[in-house]
Design a binder for this molecule. Structure first.
Ligand code: EGV
Length: 383
């Protein structure tokens, strides 16, 4: 087989995702692209009346109701309401950018989970921060070294992590918060994937407030529901964080759309009323579907056995991830090669691919079949 492989010029994971946007087999990005449920479809059909409501009502009221519904759905009952403590943004990456710009006014360096989605290190580097990797195992299994905490102004943890799905337990979060408090370091959490995993839905704000460290949390509605990029990223902070977050937020935006906030409120109410449990079942079924289609392929493995998040890592054995990527993309299937998640040492991800599970079952089955054929072909070449 003499295929001419396309030249790939993607500089980051998102550019790999952009390549997939027009494909009918897009298993690349972690955004939700499955069908709306019946209740979600009904909410969408009521958007015109939400528009009328948004025109009439005070924005601060709508903002508070949306946050209350969303944080409540996720068990985050102690999230703060005081003025400026919960800021809404167009996306969680924008919240991230605001946090990064705030941090760099007082710190040179930040400790960051490794691996994690590459736009986090890229945004942090973009404002001039030096990044110190914290291995996932190290962050979850033991105290951080004092030397590290003396060197950085912030520890940044994604939980559940993207792409591994690893969730920080309540006990580890408490201990990490205590360590950050001792050293005056900001503890920053990105919880964009928490909706998928009940283990990540204990009340984080209660823990952070009890310990009293300086903290920031980024929450995201964007991964859960197929709402065509209509979403909110929330930037939440402790009273004592002592960073110019509100000022920088106001430099960039006045506020988010009250129409989107009302939509989020309605989706979150449905989520609390059984929609989230439904979603968990859908993702679990989709994961099982992909695993079943690939079950008898030799020399592969599913890396994150217990993951609940809407992405799945596949180890491609002795193959190179980019070879498999090239083979399947010439058949119009797009997945993510994992090197760039390993932002400090990309070679550690070169034998893994990430598959998105927030898709319709038919898309996942066709995708898995293309992948299966490519893996068998590549296995033959190597074997
Ligand atoms: C995922 C992409 C950026 C991000 C995709 C993602 N957003 N680059 N601002 O939403 O896992 O596919 O997180």
């Amino acid at each position: 087989m003499n295929r001419i492989l396309p030249t790939v010029s993607a500089e980051n994971l998102t550019q790999f995702e952009t390549l997939a946007l027009d494909s009918s087999m897009n298993l690349a990005d972690g955004h939700a692209r499955q069908q709306l449920t019946a209740v979600q479809g009904k909410i969408v059909s009521e958007l015109p009346s939400m528009w009328a409501e948004a025109v009439m009502r005070p924005v601060s009221e709508i903002e508070r109701e949306a946050a209350d519904a969303f944080f409540g759905m996720l068990g985050q009952h102690s999230h703060p309401f005081a003025a400026g403590r919960t800021l809404s943004c167009y996306s969680s990456s924008l919240a991230m950018e605001i946090l990064a710009r705030s941090l760099v006014t007082t710190s040179d360096a930040i400790a960051l989970l490794h691996p994690t989605f590459d736009n986090i290190p890229d945004i942090l580097r973009g404002v001039g921060l030096e990044l110190v990797p914290v291995e996932e195992e190290a962050a979850h299994d033991a105290d951080l070294p004092d030397e590290l905490l003396e060197r950085v102004g912030c520890v940044f943890i994604t939980t559940p992590n993207n792409p591994t799905g690893r969730v920080m337990t309540e006990a580890r979060l408490r201990r990490l918060a205590e360590q950050c408090a001792e050293h005056g370091v900001v503890l920053a959490l990105d919880t964009s994937f928490r909706g998928f995993d009940p283990a990540a839905q204990f009340d984080h704000y209660a823990v952070l407030e009890e310990v009293g460290c300086r903290w920031v949390v980024i929450e995201d509605t964007g991964k859960l529901w197929p709402t065509l990029e209509l979403k909110i990223g929330w930037l939440v902070r402790s009273a004592n964080v002592d960073l110019p977050i509100e000022k920088i937020h106001s430099d960039i935006l006045l506020g988010t759309s009250p129409l989107i906030l009302l939509m989020v409120k309605r989706f979150a109410e449905d989520g609390a009323d059984g929609g989230l449990v439904d979603l968990h079942r859908t993702i679990a079924e989709n994961r099982a579907l992909v695993r079943a289609e690939l079950a008898d392929v030799p020399d592969i493995g599913f890396v994150d056995a217990d993951a609940k998040v809407s992405v799945e890592r596949l180890h491609v054995g002795s193959r190179m991830g980019m070879d498999v990527w090239s083979a399947v993309s010439s058949d119009n299937l797009y997945v993510l090669p994992c090197q760039k998640f390993h932002w400090a040492r990309p070679q550690e991800g070169e034998r893994m691919l990430r598959l998105a599970l927030s898709r319709n079952p038919s898309t996942l089955v066709s995708g898995a079949r293309v992948l299966r054929a490519a893996l068998l072909g590549t296995a033959r070449q190597h074997g």
